[in-house]
Design a protein around this ligand. Structure first.
Ligand code: BES
Ligand code: MN
Ligand code: ZN
Length: 502
């Protein structure tokens, strides 16, 4: 990963670095507290550049006489809607991307209308970090200055200073934001990593490193899963020479008797489709079929990093869906840990089989307040929602509402789709209790969710289908990476807003 800038906080009028970034409001106006000469320069340049201070528009002035810095970058913040948490991430990302090549960048966090709160200043910093993320582990020649328009990895500032009204408060707020950004980047790393490097065993080992953050990590191997009768998960794994793992993470940030919240992730390190093999085109993207699990791991890292006052469980089912003489066949019948029998009519509908046992185990062992699972579960969710919303399915309206609100705040948006008896009928089995596909293409994401619901046993539960948002979504101001880390900020917000003890 590219070296990220060091984040510092200073007083508003501390001397700037090589580049000074200031924020503009409506009409391109900048704060009145800025020196008159600087304000005049901007007032003169803005109309020439047709800069009107619109949100994330920039005005770049090189070697202006009015400031000591080599460059002055004005970033617009004006929009009709009130600024959201995500808008500040975008602001930080934009500032970083436009200040390539400078060693020291200072962002003056002040609006024409008044101060930027410590929390929002911290988000600007987090946005810059997230923008700077680049998975360049396997590039033997690192990107150089100006080589690629959008790539800032090679020449990021060594120091990014946020000039703020209250540096102490902003520094404190940044501790939280930094933990969440670190969790997001961990999730991105895991998803970007290819499957030859990250098999179930290696992945479990990576998760064990979280013990350093105070997370309890327990790893179940094949024999333990056999003893637990997790035959749905094991059936998926049997076509791969690489053994499966079930990893249980525990962050105990609240009182011991506090009921935990739980997060469960699909961790298919590579999905060939199995005997119902996938077409060759873009199959490489199936190295990201563990995006749900990566979000869970990243979230646990974030909660531990910010010492969240919550008891949280994270469970990930790690398997490879491969093709082999020993692979599971279409028509095979397996008995899940819950006792439900499943006809495997399509071996490419494997994620639900992995989650069936992981979800059942989670509620059976931990009796959580709720379970949220994340999975790159269906191509159909991309057909329905594209790359901008994850699919949300839930048996609990209150939980669904909270997730939707967390999505709006964080910018990791979710859209609820229905569950119901009619759809449940579509997965009734011919030879077993249920089958692992619905009727053809109709309602493909819903029948998948309906399948999962069979294994949650009345616990408040939500399923997030992140096939369209975990990877390959269009890059934005604070993400240029193939893997987005989707889910970490969303669920961190959910926990922070509703499930922490005070
Ligand atoms: N991992 C895929 C879903 C997927 C597709 C994720 C595209 C990311 C991008 C999943 O295991 C799968 O293959 N689903 C099948 C289900 C079908 C066989 C019922 C699908 O979506 O085609
Ligand atoms: Mn599949
Ligand atoms: Zn899959």
């Amino acid at each position: 990963m590219a070296t990220l800038p060091k984040i510092e906080f200073s007083a508003l009028d501390a001397p700037a670095g090589d580049v000074l970034v200031v924020l503009a409001g409506e009409g391109g106006s900048i704060p009145e507290s800025l020196p008159a000469a600087l304000r005049e320069t901007v007032a003169k340049a803005a109309p020439i550049a047709k800069f009107k201070g619109k949100s994330l528009a920039t005005l770049d002035l090189i070697a202006p006489a009015a400031v000591e810095a080599d460059r002055l970058l004005v970033v617009g913040t004006h929009s009709k809607e009130p600024a959201s948490e995500e808008d500040f991430l975008k602001l930080g990302g934009t500032a970083l991307s436009k200040t390539k090549g400078a060693a020291r960048v200072t962002i003056r966090c002040e609006l024409p209308g008044g101060a930027v709160s410590p929390e929002d200043a911290a988000r600007i910093a987090a946005g810059a970090l997230l923008r700077g993320y680049d998975f360049d582990l396997y590039k033997t020649k690192k990107a150089k200055s100006g080589e690629e328009e959008e790539d800032v990895s090679g020449d990021q500032p060594s120091t990014l200073t946020l000039a703020v009204a209250d540096p102490e408060a902003a520094r404190a707020a940044f501790e939280r934001e930094e933990a969440v950004a670190t969790g997001t980047m961990l999730a991105r790393d895991l998803v970007n990593e290819p499957a030859n490097i990250l098999g179930p065993v290696e992945y479990a080992e990576r998760i064990q490193e979280l013990a350093k953050q105070g997370i309890d990590v327990e790893v179940l191997g094949e024999s333990e899963m056999k003893a637990l009768k997790m035959n749905a998960l094991l059936g998926v794994s049997q076509g791969s020479p690489r053994p499966p793992r079930l990893v249980i993470m525990r962050w105990n940030g609240a009182a011991d008797d506090e009921q935990p919240v739980a997060f469960v992730g699909k961790g298919v390190v590579f999905d060939t489709g199995g005997i119902s093999i996938k077409p060759a085109g873009s199959m490489d993207e199936m190295k990201g079929d563990m995006g749900g699990s990566a979000a869970v791991v990243g979230l646990m890292r974030a909660l531990a990093g910010r010492k969240a006052k919550v008891n949280a469980i994270g469970i990930v089912g790690l398997v490879e869906n491969a093709v082999d003489g020993n692979a599971q066949r279409p028509g095979d019948i397996v008995t899940a840990m819950s006792g439900t029998t499943i006809e495997v009519l399509n071996t490419d509908a494997e994620g639900r089989l992995v989650l069936a046992d992981a979800l059942w185990y989670c509620q059976d062992r931990f009796k959580p307040k709720f379970m949220v699972n994340l999975a790159t579960l269906t191509g159909a969710i991309i057909v329905a929602l594209g790359n901008h919303y994850a699919g949300l399915f839930s048996n609990d309206d209150a939980l669904a509402e909270r997730l939707s609100a967390a999505g709006k705040a964080s910018g990791e948006k979710v859209w609820r789709l229905p569950l119901g008896r009619e759809y449940d009928k579509m997965i009734e089995g011919k030879f077993a209790d249920i089958k692992n596909i619905g009727g053809g293409r109709a309602g493909g994401s819903i029948t998948a969710a309906q399948f999962l619901q069979r294994f949650v046993n009345d616990v408040p539960w939500a399923h997030l289908d992140i096939a369209g948002t975990a990877m390959g979504s269009p890059s934005n101001e604070y993400n240029q990476s193939w893997a987005s880390g989707f889910g970490v900020r969303l669920l961190d917000r959910l926990v922070a807003d509703h499930y922490q003890s005070t």
